[in-house]
Design a binder for this molecule. Structure first.
Ligand SMILES: NC(=O)c1ccc[n+]([C@@H]2O[C@H](COP(=O)([O-])OP(=O)(O)OC[C@H]3O[C@@H](n4cnc5c(N)ncnc54)[C@H](OP(=O)(O)O)[C@@H]3O)[C@@H](O)[C@H]2O)c1
Length: 288
């Protein structure tokens, strides 16, 4: 059972789904560490959530998750402050319409939507093992593509924005399942989810120019961030999913991601490629 006095960490915590997830976790009375890329926005959100929930144990760490050095520093700062981590919600995400490279020379959709979660999780997983039972909750998307172009993981040859975003989400699902396999028997679970279409900033980034004038109307028909946060909150805290791992959830129910996401050989290929891209010599191994 996840403890009420546990330590939870949420990325992308100062907007949209992450803010709603943080608020939901904060209501449970836990220590919630928010990760934001902007200190001022993070502090304002923290004050707001503290006011709404009355939780005095909120904390803020600042990191631009497109930078591997910033992610390493984030993990280090977290470990200096806390010796335990019970729930890690990898929620931060972005949709880039143009091909841009991160400071590490990596295509941005891949860097933010997949590699940041991959690296942060690998850096914190030993802390989570020592805190078990613990849960890793990865916010993926039903926008994931059906397959990965292993010869063009960074979309150098072809760049179709929504497909590039979707490929990063598939990479996240593949590596979630590979991680769950590696963590079997450790008391640490790893699951992925689709939050459902939710009225947040990312919708503005995804929308094609033709739809932009109608976004205000379109968003009224989407879920609120509070509704969209429910599946992540369920996976993070519900006793019903204790011990459940390597699964994909939609609307707080076990679902299926695309067929290729269950291909173990593909999971291992993408795991190895991801470890290489983030410079991890030793990403979690089965019995490390
Ligand atoms: N909304 C949907 O319909 C939907 C559907 C499926 C999946 N998702 C996924 O849900 C997750 C949350 O997205 P959202 O809908 O809540 O959108 P959002 O409002 O745009 O929130 C995205 C969050 O990620 C943070 N972020 C983006 N780039 C970052 C970076 N380089 N470093 C650190 N943080 C960064 C943002 O920080 P700032 O606050 O500084 O911008 C923000 O807090 C994403 O992974 C998204 O792909 C959303």
């Amino acid at each position: 059972m996840i403890q009420r006095n546990g330590v939870f960490l949420v990325t992308g915590a100062s907007a949209g789904l992450g803010k709603a997830i943080t608020t939901g976790l904060a209501r449970q009375g836990a220590t919630v560490v928010m990760v934001s890329r902007n200190r001022q926005k993070g502090e304002e959100t923290l004050s707001e959530i503290a006011g709404v929930t009355g939780n005095p144990s909120l904390d803020l760490l600042v990191a631009d998750l497109s930078s591997q050095q910033a992610i390493r520093q984030l993990a280090q700062e977290f470990q200096q402050r806390y010796s335990r981590l019970h729930i890690l919600v990898n929620n931060a995400g972005a949709h880039m319409q143009q091909r841009q490279l991160s400071v590490d020379g990596i295509e941005m959709n891949l860097a933010i939507n997949h590699l940041s979660a991959f690296l942060l999780t690998n850096l914190l997983v030993d802390t989570m093992r020592a805190s078990a039972p613990a849960r890793i909750v990865n916010v993926a998307s039903n926008a994931m593509t059906r397959s990965v172009n292993l010869d063009d993981l960074q979309s150098e040859q072809t760049f179709v924005p929504f497909a590039v975003y979707g490929q990063a989400k598939l990479a996240m699902a593949l590596c979630t399942y590979a991680l769950a396999r590696r963590l079997t028997g450790t008391g640490v679970t790893a699951n992925a989810l689709h939050p459902g279409l939710t009225a947040t900033n990312i919708v503005d980034a995804v929308a094609p120019p033709i739809a932009r004038p109608f976004l205000g109307i379109i968003k009224r028909f989407l879920q609120t961030p509070e509704q969209g946060a429910q599946t992540a909150l369920y996976l993070a805290t519900s006793p019903e999913v204790e011990g459940v791992t390597g699964q994909y959830f939609v609307r707080s129910k076990q679902g299926r991601s695309v067929p290729n996401s269950y291909d173990e050989a593909l999971q291992e290929r993408v795991w190895t490629m991801s470890a290489d891209l983030v410079g991890l010599e030793r990403a979690v191994s089965p019995r490390s």
